[in-house]
Design a protein around this ligand. Structure first.
Ligand SMILES: Cc1cc2nc3c(=O)[nH]c(=O)nc-3n(C[C@H](O)[C@H](O)[C@H](O)COP(=O)(O)OP(=O)(O)OC[C@H]3O[C@@H](n4cnc5c(N)ncnc54)[C@H](O)[C@@H]3O)c2cc1C
Length: 564
C-alpha cells in the first residue's frame, strides 16, 4: 500500500476531512497492483479486467451540484448555543452517507442524495443532550455520525425528507474517562476512533480487543449502534458482549444502564441500544470490558486440503478446550486471491514456495487448486500460547492440515486494515466489488456456502458477466460461525450498474435467509438489508422493533427509515 499515483480529490477549500468524500480512507493512501506481480494476471483471468490500465476520472469536488442547506434561523441559533454549526459543503457531503458500494458508486457519479443541512460537533454529553432537545423542539431530523464507515446505508437521510437534517458528529467525545482495574471495566466516550481508543487504553496497560477491518476510521458508538464484530472476537467477544453499560441521550432524557455483569430486569434495555443505528438516541458513553495487554501474541498460517476439511477443523476447535483469539479460513477461491496479492517474492521465498508446493502435492496429497489458507491467532502468557498452539495443531492435523509458520500470519496482521482500499482501486477501473456476511449454526454452514456461491454464480450468468465469489469463515462461537463472502464483476455496458449489482447482492442475501442464516452477522440492517428483516426475525419480531422505535421517538426525528 503506498501513494504511487496522485490522489484526484481536487477540493482544496474545505478543512481536511476524516475520509475521502468519494472512497475509503485517507487522501494520500491508494492501493496499487504494481508491487504485487501476481495480482493483475489473476484479475484478468478471474474477471476479464485489465487493472494495469489507468483508473477512470472522478468528478472534481467543485463540479458537484450541492444544494443550499435549509437551516431555519431559530434552529441554527439554538444549535449555536451548544456547538459549532458547520454548513460547509465538503462537511455536508462527507457526512451524507457511509461507505457501502452503493454509496461510493453514487458519490463518484456526483449523485449526492439528500445531504444533511448542517453538521454539529458538541464537545460533551451535555452538548449532545442539548442538540437532541433543539432538534426535537424544531421537529427536525438528527443522524448520529461516528466514523462514517457504515456499509449498510445507516447514515443517509431519506430521499424525500423535507425537515431540516442535522448530522451529529461525535468526534469531540473521544476520551477514555476512567479505568476500573478491579472490575476490568473502562468508561469511554462514544466518539473515540479505534486507534485513539486503543492508544489511550494501552498507555494504562489495557486493551478493548475490538479490531474490525474498519478499525482505523470507526468509533465505539458506531460499533455499538451496529453490533460490530472485530477480528479477535473469538477471545474478546463481539462489541455486544464487550459493552456492559451505555449512556444515551434520548427524547425522554438521559438513559443510563448499570455496568453489572448480569441482570434480571426484564428485556434488556442495553441490548435494545445495541444495533439501534441512532433510532433510539445518541450514545454518549459506554462502559466496556478491558483486558491486560497480552504478553505474547502470534498469528500462525495453516493450510487445509479442502474447504470441507477446514470447516470441520474450525468446528472442532470451537468445541475443544482451545481458545484461540482468531480463527479464520478462506475457501480455495479466496486462498488463490490471497496468494495473488503477495508482494514480489525474494529468491529464497520462491525456493521455499516451490519446496512447499512439492511437499503438499507429493507427501500430503494436496490438490493445490483446492487448498484453503487459514490464520489462527493466540494471545496470553507464553505458556498459555504454547499450550493452545499444541492443542490446535493436533486438531488441524487430524483434518489433514499443516502449519506453515508465522510469516503469513504476520503479513496478514500488518495488511488487514489496508484491504478496504482495494474496492476503490477496482471501482476506478469499472469493476464492482462488495461483501455480504452472515452467521449460521455449524450444521448449516456447508449447505449455506454451497447455496450462496451457486446463487451468486447463477446471478452472474443471468447478467451475462464474468464474476468471482470467494468466502472465509471467521468469528467462531459455541453454536456456529460467520461466513464472509466477497464478490466482484465488471458490469455489462449499456445497463444500469447498480441494478446489476443489486441482482447479485440480493441473490446472496436471499440465499442467507433461505438457508437458516441471518441477514448480517456484523454489518447491521440500515436500509440496504432491511428488505430481509421480516424473513430473518418473523413478522412479530419486526412489529416489536417498530413499536420500540415509535414509542421512544414518536415524531421519527432520530435517523428515520433505518432498520424497519
Ligand atoms: C471497508 C469496511 C470494512 C468494515 N469492516 C468491518 C468489520 O470488520 N467489522 C464490523 O463490525 N464492521 C465493519 N464494517 C462496517 C462498519 O465499520 C461498522 O458498521 C462500524 O461499526 C460503524 O462505525 P462508525 O463509527 O463508522 O459508525 P457510522 O458509520 O458513523 O454510523 C453507523 C450507524 O451507527 C449510528 N451511530 C454512530 N454513532 C452513534 C452514536 N454515538 N450513537 C447512536 N448511534 C450512532 C449511525 O447513526 C449509523 O446509523 C466495515 C465497513 C467498511 C466500509
Amino acid at each position: 500500500m503506498s501513494a504511487t499515483t496522485p490522489i484526484r480529490d481536487q477540493d482544496t477549500r474545505a478543512p481536511a476531512p476524516a475520509m475521502k468524500w468519494w472512497g475509503w480512507g485517507e487522501r494520500d493512501v491508494e492501493f496499487t497492483h504494481e508491487d504485487k506481480p501476481g495480482l493483475a494476471p489473476f484479475i484478468r483471468e478471474a474477471l476479464g479486467v485489465d487493472v494495469t490500465r489507468a483508473g477512470g476520472g472522478l468528478p472534481a469536488f467543485a463540479a458537484l451540484q450541492i444544494p443550499e442547506p435549509q437551516l431555519p434561523e431559530a434552529l441554527r441559533a439554538a444549535l449555536e448555543t451548544v456547538s459549532d454549526v458547520s454548513t460547509d459543503a465538503h462537511d455536508r457531503v462527507v457526512h451524507g452517507r457511509g461507505k457501502s458500494l452503493r454509496d461510493l458508486v453514487r458519490q463518484r457519479r456526483g449523485e449526492l442524495g439528500r445531504l444533511p443541512d448542517a453538521v454539529v460537533r458538541p464537545a460533551d454529553e451535555a452538548g449532545v443532550e442539548a442538540v437532541v432537545r433543539a432538534v426535537l423542539d424544531a421537529d427536525a431530523v438528527l443522524i448520529p455520525f461516528g466514523g462514517g464507515t457504515s456499509i449498510s446505508g445507516s447514515l443517509e437521510p431519506p430521499a424525500g425528507e423535507s425537515r431540516p437534517v442535522i448530522s451529529l458528529d461525535l468526534s469531540r467525545l473521544a476520551k477514555v474517562l476512567d479505568v476500573d482495574p478491579v472490575a476490568r471495566l473502562a468508561r469511554v466516550q462514544a466518539g473515540a476512533l479505534g486507534p485513539d481508543l486503543e492508544r489511550q487504553l494501552a498507555e494504562r496497560g489495557w486493551t478493548l480487543g475490538h479490531f474490525p477491518d474498519s478499525f482505523s476510521h470507526s468509533t465505539l458508538g458506531g460499533w455499538i449502534a451496529t453490533r460490530s464484530s472485530g477480528m479477535q472476537s473469538d477471545r474478546y467477544g463481539d462489541i455486544a458482549e464487550l459493552t456492559r453499560a451505555v449512556r444515551v441521550a434520548t427524547p425522554s432524557g438521559m438513559l443510563a444502564t448499570r455496568p453489572v455483569p448480569a441482570t434480571s430486569t426484564g428485556p434488556s434495555v442495553r441490548e435494545m441500544v445495541l444495533g439501534s443505528e441512532g433510532r433510539l438516541g445518541v450514545i454518549t458513553e459506554a462502559t466496556v470490558h478491558v483486558r491486560r495487554l497480552p504478553a505474547e501474541r502470534v498469528i500462525l498460517g495453516y493450510l487445509f486440503p479442502t474447504w470441507e476439511a477446514s470447516l470441520a477443523a474450525m468446528r472442532d476447535i470451537a468445541a475443544s478446550e482451545a481458545s484461540p483469539s482468531v480463527t479464520r479460513v478462506s475457501d480455495s477461491y479466496e486462498t488463490a486471491f490471497s496468494f495473488a496479492t503477495r508482494k514480489q517474492p525474494t529468491a529464497l521465498d520462491k525456493l521455499k514456495s516451490t519446496a512447499l508446493q512439492t511437499f503438499l502435492k507429493r507427501r500430503k496429497g494436496f490438490d493445490v487448486s483446492k487448498m484453503c489458507l487459514s490464520f489462527i491467532g493466540y494471545e496470553g502468557t507464553g505458556s498459555h500460547v504454547a499450550a493452545q498452539r499444541k492443542l490446535t495443531g493436533k486438531i488441524v492435523s487430524s483434518h489433514g492440515g499443516l502449519c506453515i509458520g508465522a510469516s503469513p500470519g504476520e503479513l496478514y496482521d500488518q495488511k488487514k486494515f489496508d484491504t478496504p482500499y482495494i474496492r476503490d482501486f477496482l471501482l476506478d477501473r469499472g469493476t464492482l466489488a462488495d461483501v455480504s456476511e452472515t452467521a449460521a449454526p455449524w450444521s448449516a454452514l456447508g449447505p449455506l456456502y454451497d447455496a450462496v456461491t451457486a446463487d451468486a454464480r447463477a446471478a452472474f450468468a443471468e447478467l451475462g458477466v464474468r464474476g468471482y465469489i470467494m468466502c472465509h469463515l471467521s468469528h467462531s462461537y459455541h453454536a456456529g460461525a460467520c461466513l464472509y463472502f466477497t464478490f466482484a464483476f465488471e458490469p455489462r455496458a449499456g445497463a444500469e450498474e447498480l441494478e446489476q449489482y443489486a441482482r447479485v447482492k440480493s441473490a446472496i442475501q436471499q440465499a442467507f435467509v433461505d438457508n437458516g442464516a441471518t441477514l448480517s452477522h456484523h454489518h447491521a440492517v440500515g436500509t440496504e438489508h432491511a428488505e430481509w428483516l421480516e424473513q430473518d426475525l418473523s413478522a412479530p419480531g419486526v412489529t416489536m422493533l417498530r413499536a420500540l422505535f415509535d414509542g421512544v421517538d414518536p415524531g421519527h426525528n432520530l435517523n428515520p427509515g433505518k432498520i424497519v
